[in-house]
Design a binder for this molecule. Structure first.
Ligand code: BEZ
Ligand code: FE
Length: 307
């Protein structure tokens, strides 16, 4: 007697024409709906990609070797897979999808690998540039809600590279610890201010496989000059963001696609007492000329986001 399944009911073997459904139909019945949705899409797009580019065996081997090298480059302090996601624009896309804030709220951008929690808390007006390098800068602004109401006590956590283009954690023993990092607290009127140095562009870590990929793609590794911020207050959704200098040559070709129009800030130069008075910085006691940027942060309550 022939025990093989009825040809009209039996599962199909994998062919070019049916590969997606053959693989996805193997999933068990107890798989969670979200897992089913995500993995079905992963299989679908991987198969479509494979069919589209028709990789040779050698190209497939190269792809596997590249991913293996990305994995081997990861350490406790370096995450090459995140860097790969960054340069392919996926990190920024995830940020964008997960931050559909109401209009008027400060937009977010990538966190990056150089955030260090628990930076020193400073009084407003302090200078976080501990190595004295670069063009002096005053940063000032207010933290408010969507109605413009100040949020006193909001924390403004900032970090940036020094004038050589490195974060302190990339140059331990070269830069002072906590150079160009600090946490400021908004005053009763929501205002905060501090002194620093004007940021400059710098390359993302490009000595690994992601750097080699960028080179093969004819891309540079530079990030547009920026300052990082995390602004938070109880009851509000914290915002992870940057401001970018408006005169940076890499504004339109940031290596990780982190620039948004609303995050480009106008950096002025204050050269004399009249200009100082005009922007309300008379008596700031900072050697002129210095740079000045004003940047406000608008936070949303959880309810504002869930609407
Ligand atoms: C950064 O801005 O610190 C950064 C972001 C993404 C990748 C590398 C560095
Ligand atoms: Fe950065």
């Amino acid at each position: 007697m022939d025990n093989s399944p009825n040809p009209t009911q039996r599962p199909s073997f994998l062919e070019e024409q049916n590969s997606v459904s053959v693989v996805n139909s193997r999933m068990g019945n107890d798989v969670s709906p979200r897992m089913r949705r995500v993995m079905s899409a992963v299989v679908k797009h991987l198969h479509e990609l494979t069919i589209e580019v028709e990789p040779t065996h050698d190209e497939w081997k190269q792809a596997i070797e590249f991913l293996t090298e990305v994995g081997h480059t990861c350490t406790d302090w370096r995450q090459e897979f995140i860097l790969l996601s960054d340069v392919l624009g996926v990190s920024m896309l995830v940020e964008t999808i997960n931050s559909r804030r109401p209009s008027g709220a400060t937009e977010n951008t990538v966190l990056g690998p150089f955030y260090v929690p628990e930076a020193p808390r400073y009084p407003n007006g302090s200078n976080i540039c501990l190595d004295g390098k670069g063009g002096p800068l005053v940063v000032r602004g207010r933290v408010t809600d969507l109605d413009g109401k100040p949020i006193p006590g909001a924390l403004v956590d900032v970090w940036q590279t020094n004038d050589d283009g490195f974060y302190d954690v990339q140059q331990k023993g070269v830069q002072p610890d906590w150079n160009l990092r600090g946490v400021f607290t908004a005053e009763e009127d929501g205002s905060y201010w501090y002194r620093s140095t004007k940021p400059r562009f710098y390359p993302i870590p490009d000595d690994g496989p992601v750097g080699k990929l960028l080179e093969k793609l004819g891309r540079h590794p530079n990030r547009a000059a920026h300052i990082h911020f995390i602004v938070s207050a109880p009851g509000y959704d914290p915002v992870i963001t940057h401001i970018f200098t408006d005169d940076c040559q890499y504004l339109y070709e940031d290596a990780v696609f982190g620039v948004r129009e609303s995050l480009i800030a106008n950096f002025k130069t204050i050269s004399d007492a009249a200009e100082e008075a005009e922007v309300g910085l008379a008596g700031v006691d900072f050697a002129r000329p210095y740079h000045f940027v004003e940047t406000d942060f608008v936070l949303t309550k959880r309810a504002d986001i869930d609407l």
